[in-house]
Design a protein around this ligand. Structure first.
Ligand code: MD6
Ligand code: FE
Length: 211
């Protein structure tokens, strides 16, 4: 049975026009030059995810066999602090998320033609009530979203280059993943990074500020 989209899911189709996508890609390439992509591993099994990752921000999401899923201020391989989140993304968060605190992490996901992302809930943040904002660049991806339980019915929607997706409210704790990429549907990313079809950026608030 197909599910309705969860309350709090907001898709802003082509929130970034072509020029905005190009400008953001240039900023992301600069981030990747400072913080090279790494291959995260599943906790316990040590199996590699098919998506390569990097981060920008005060905190970055990393995962390996020994330490599991976590946020940390340093790149797992180089030990350097993550580069700053590009200003344009900070502005996009202010425009699109009714949330008082700025994002601390920008996870950069890199998809080859075969890469996918299994059904998961973003749950490693202390600030679980804060929305998560994602921006897609490059080839179209098939995004699947279900409910709070792994076996809840799911719906799927395409995420195209320039699309912004906000998961807030009830949608924030819903399972979601990427079933597959449609290779060749955009050359935006592959022209700059041969072999990489799609980049997805997710902005998250990680900590709850003390007031
Ligand atoms: C992706 N996105 O689009 C994977 N998570 O490649 C996510 O896992 C995601 O798009 C939280 C909020 C929005 C997302
Ligand atoms: Fe997610």
């Amino acid at each position: 049975m197909a599910a309705r989209l969860p309350e709090g899911l907001r898709l802003l189709p082509e929130a970034l026009d072509r020029a905005g996508q190009q400008a953001l890609l240039a900023e992301v390439l600069a981030c990747l030059a400072a913080a090279p992509p790494f291959q995260p591993e599943m906790p316990r099994t040590g199996k590699s995810l098919s998506v390569r990752m990097s981060n920008a921000g005060k905190l970055g999401w990393v995962s390996d066999r020994a330490g599991g899923y976590r946020y940390q201020p340093h790149h797992p391989a180089t030990g350097a602090r993550w580069p700053a989140i590009p200003d344009s993304l900070m502005a996009l968060w202010r425009r699109s998320c009714a949330w008082p605190d700025p994002p601390e992490a920008c996870l950069i996901n890199l998809y080859t033609a075969e890469a996918r992302m299994g059904l998961h809930v973003d749950a490693d943040e202390e600030a679980l009530a804060a929305p998560v904002l994602s921006v897609s660049l490059g080839a179209t991806a098939l995004f699947r979203v279900g409910g709070p339980q792994r076996n809840d019915p799911t719906a799927s929607l395409p995420l195209r280059s320039g699309d912004v997706l906000v998961l807030a409210g009830a949608a924030r704790s819903c399972h979601h993943g990427i079933d597959r990429i449609r290779p060749g549907t955009s050359q935006l990313v592959s022209r700059a990074l041969p072999g990489v079809e799609r980049i997805n950026l997710t902005l998250r608030r990680v900590t709850i500020p003390r007031r």
